[in-house]
Design a protein around this ligand. Structure first.
Ligand code: KIV
Length: 272
């Protein structure tokens, strides 16, 4: 096989923009570890988001606030080691970009240098503009995130749908246009009305990836553990569960315990 034949066509910011232009939907899932990232990449996922949702699903925290930059870097390194084709975006954790644009730049540079990830994501609009601009100036691709932004959960006080009122919806459209104008390569919209998400994706030329934002966006993202039914108690309306792994893994574990207790495992063939 020649080098050209064996070449893997890697997903880039440029390719993602082309996908939007030709109406090809973008698939994105979260990833936090090597083994899962390998499966997602082999399956053909376009983007793996090393989300700060690792704080919930990997570490068991109630919110995304406690996860640190060092912990995000550890997760991102594990994911990048596994992948061949997909684009890897890493969440900047709470507290690493809101206060000061130099901190945002330093955190993003650490992510790019130490993990080999391809871009970062930050939650917010105009209020974090200075940080976004500074990171972009260093040549680091930035994905925006508007709507329900979990790092601000204590301000919202609830995980319900955002931007149902006109004033918040107008602000969201303005923020989306602003993030595009300063150079973000894509935008996540979380838990907003489908009609508003449609308006946003039609108003900007960068890809819009939705989670609980309806079908009229350029791509979809889910938390992998939710989509596979590992986090079996979390069932928001927008979630489609493709497997029920909590039940499957529990059953397998119960069978293993029974086999050990009954001395069925290991058998003659499962020993040296
Ligand atoms: O951290 C995360 O998983 C996210 C997605 C919900 C978009 O930001």
């Amino acid at each position: 096989m020649s080098a050209a034949q064996g070449e893997i066509k890697k997903v880039t910011t440029h390719k993602l923009k082309e996908m939007k232009q030709r109406g090809e939907k973008i698939s994105m899932l979260t990833g936090y570890d090597y083994s899962m990232a390998k499966i997602l990449d082999d399956a053909g996922i376009d983007i793996i988001l090393v989300g700060d949702s690792a704080s919930n699903v990997m570490a068991g925290h109630e919110t995304t606030l406690p996860i640190t930059l060092d912990q995000m870097i550890y997760h991102a390194q594990s994911v990048v080691r596994a992948i061949n084709r997909c684009f890897v975006v890493v969440d900047l954790p709470f507290g690493s970009y809101q206060g000061n644009s130099l901190e945002a730049l330093n955190a993003s540079i650490r992510i790019m240098k130490e993990t080999g990830g391809h871009g970062v994501k930050m939650e917010g609009g105009k209020e974090i503009g200075e940080s976004v601009i500074r990171v972009l100036t260093a040549g680091i691709p930035v994905m925006g995130h508007l709507g329900l932004t979990p790092q601000s959960i204590y301000k919202f006080g609830t995980y319900t749908v955002r931007a149902k009122e006109e004033e918040e919806a107008e602000r969201l459209v303005e923020d989306a246009k602003y993030l595009e104008s300063i150079g973000c390569f894509a935008l996540v919209l979380e838990k907003i009305p489908a009609s508003l998400a449609k308006l946003v994706s039609e108003s900007i030329s960068i890809p819009v990836i939705g989670i609980g934002a309806g079908p009229h966006v350029d791509g979809q993202v889910l938390v992998t553990h939710d989509m596979l039914g590992i986090t079996h108690e979390f069932k928001p309306r927008f979630l489609r569960q493709y497997l029920h792994l909590y039940d499957e893994i529990k059953k397998a574990t119960q069978q293993y315990i029974a086999d050990v207790k009954s001395k069925d495992f290991p058998n003659d063939k499962e020993q040296y």
